[in-house]
Every structure is written in C-alpha cells, then in structure tokens.
Design a protein around this ligand. Structure first.
Ligand code: GTP
Ligand code: MG
Length: 194
C-alpha cells in the first residue's frame, strides 16, 4: 500500500460529530504518550498531520484522517494519564468506549504499548475488553529505537505473555526509524482486502 493522500476530516467528542460512517476504519488506542499520533504521521509520511507532543495528554478528541480517499485512520485520546483530573479521565474513557462500541465501520483496533516497559494494568484491561467484544486487533510495541535488539526480543516475550496475544498479532515499531512500517502497511492491505 502506498499512501498518496491523507487529510484531516474531523474532530469529535460525541457520536453526532463523527463523519458519516462510509469508509472502513483503523482505530488507535493506547496510553497517553505511547506514540499513537506519531505512528499515523510515520505511516502517511507527514510530519504533523496528527499533532504530537512530548507531554502526555495531547490528543483530547477523536480525530478522523481520511487516507487515499478510501479509509480512515482514527486517532484517539490516550488512557492512563495520571496528571489530569478524575473527571477528565472519565470523560476520555467514556469517549473512547462510546466510539469503540458504537462505530460500525471499525475494521481493526491497533493497541499501542511501549516496548521498553511491561504492559500496565490498563493495557491489560484494554486488550481484555477488545478480546471480549471480539475486535480484530493488533498490538504494536512502539519506541523500538529506544532499546537494543536483544532487549526487544526479551520485552516482546513479556508483552505477549502479559497481554496473552498470539505472535501474529504483535508487531514492533518505531515512529523514529520507520521500523515495522512496511509490515503495518501490508496489514492494512489485508484489512481492506486489497
Ligand atoms: P497522546 O495524544 O497524549 O495520547 O499521546 P500519543 O500516544 O499520541 O503520543 P505522541 O505521538 O504524541 O508521542 C509522544 C512522544 O513520544 C513524542 O515526543 C514523540 O516524538 C515520541 N515518540 C513517539 N513514537 C516514538 C518512537 O517510535 N520513538 C521515539 N524515540 N519517540 C517516539
Ligand atoms: Mg496523540
């Protein structure tokens, strides 16, 4: 798959603000600051299509990006960010759950985890939630550039174990180096039936 066009379409907080459900969607979930927005930018070869920040809590709405005029990448707010108020966290959680449970065009959910660290309890809850509702999913272990090759292998094993996912559903990635990008692009082809 080659990304030829990518455009920002909408930011939504409530379902009434979603764009019309007429394209297949890939949704990105994961802890605040794990690299969801950066992954989108890397895959579409744009520096700033999705806004990123070194401070967690950057993405605060559900953002829809239309790719090749054919499918949506959907960037979601992160979970687990301790430094925002309880109310804000609850608001984000509801926003994410509503989107995931109501949007009929989601083809696959990509859950990002940090390859440097063992998955958190919230990562475990999210993957269990996705499995329970039978979402097709991929676990993407990102920031791979930040650790050595041998550490990566070891940590991938820990992640597989803790999240209880098959090897085929776990991909290591780096938005910095582009590692894993081609694999993800061919996953998208499979999802879209190209
Ligand atoms: P929220 O919107 O707050 O939920 O965060 P996010 O998951 O969208 O993370 P974002 O893409 O904004 O990235 C957070 C920080 O991590 C930024 O400073 C990125 O430059 C950095 N980052 C993201 N992915 C990578 C990666 O693969 N390697 C390295 N070295 N840094 C990364
Ligand atoms: Mg973001």
């Amino acid at each position: 798959m080659t990304v030829k066009r990518s455009e920002y379409v909408a930011s939504a907080v409530t379902p009434s603000q979603y764009p019309e459900a007429c394209y297949p969607e890939i949704a990105l979930v994961g802890r605040s600051n794990v690299g969801k927005s950066s992954l989108i930018n890397r895959l579409v070869n744009r520096r700033n299509l999705a806004r990123t920040s070194s401070q967690p809590g950057k993405t605060q709405t559900i953002n829809f990006y239309l790719i090749n005029a054919a499918w949506y990448f959907v960037d979601l707010p992160g979970y687990g960010f301790a430094r925002v108020s309880h109310n804000t966290r609850e608001h984000w959680r509801t926003m994410i759950e509503k989107y995931l449970s109501q949007r009929s065009t989601i083809q696959q959910v990509w859950q990002l985890v940090d390859l440097r660290h063992p998955p958190t309890e919230q990562d475990q809850q999210m993957v269990q939630w996705l499995s329970h509702y039978r979402f097709p999913k991929l676990i993407i272990a990102t920031k791979a550039d930040k650790i050595s090759k041998s550490q990566r292998v070891k940590n991938l094993g820990i992640i597989r174990n803790r999240l209880d996912v098959p090897e085929t559903e776990l991909i290591s990635f780096s938005a910095e180096s582009g590692e894993g990008k081609e694999k993800l692009l061919s996953e998208i082809e499979k999802i879209l039936g190209y």
